[in-house]
Design a protein. Structure first.
Length: 130
C-alpha cells in the first residue's frame, strides 16, 4: 500500500468518470464488495492509527489519533456501526459525534461512561442497535 502524493491525487481526479464510478459502486454494494475500507489499530501508547484504504490498495488516509480522542474512535470502531448509527445509539447528533472524533469537543460525563461501555463490550452495543 502506497500513499498518493498531491500530484498523483490531482492527476487521478482529472481522469475520473463519475458516472461510471457511480454505476460500479451501486453494483459493488449490491454484491457486498467494498470500495474503501477503514482500519483502526491500537498503538502501545494509547493512540490509535486509522488507515483508509481504497480497493486498489492505495492508502487514502493514514493518521495517528491522539489518546484523548482514541476512546471515542475505538468505541465506534469496535461496534462496526456507522457514525449515524452510533450517534443515534448514543442519543447525540452526527455532528456532535464528529466533533468528538475530531477532538473539537469533549463528551460529557454520561457520554464518556457510555463510550467506555461501548469500547469494552461492543457486542452488547451492536445488540442494542439492532
Amino acid at each position: 500500500m502506497t500513499k498518493m502524493t498531491a500530484k498523483q491525487r490531482a492527476a487521478w481526479e482529472r481522469g475520473r468518470d463519475l458516472n461510471t464510478e457511480l454505476r460500479e459502486a451501486i453494483a459493488d454494494t449490491k454484491h457486498g464488495r467494498w470500495a474503501r475500507k477503514t482500519e483502526f489499530r491500537p498503538l502501545a501508547d494509547g493512540r490509535m492509527r486509522r488507515m483508509v484504504t481504497r480497493q486498489d490498495g492505495t492508502v487514502e488516509k493514514d493518521e495517528v489519533i491522539p489518546a484523548a480522542r482514541a476512546n471515542v474512535v475505538a468505541a465506534r470502531a469496535g461496534t462496526g456501526l456507522s457514525q449515524s448509527q452510533f450517534a443515534d445509539l448514543m442519543g447525540v447528533s452526527v455532528r456532535t459525534l464528529q466533533d468528538w472524533e475530531a477532538g473539537r469537543r469533549e463528551p460529557s460525563g454520561a457520554a464518556q461512561t457510555l463510550l467506555r461501555i461501548a469500547a469494552q463490550h461492543p457486542r452488547i452495543v451492536r445488540e442494542a442497535a439492532a
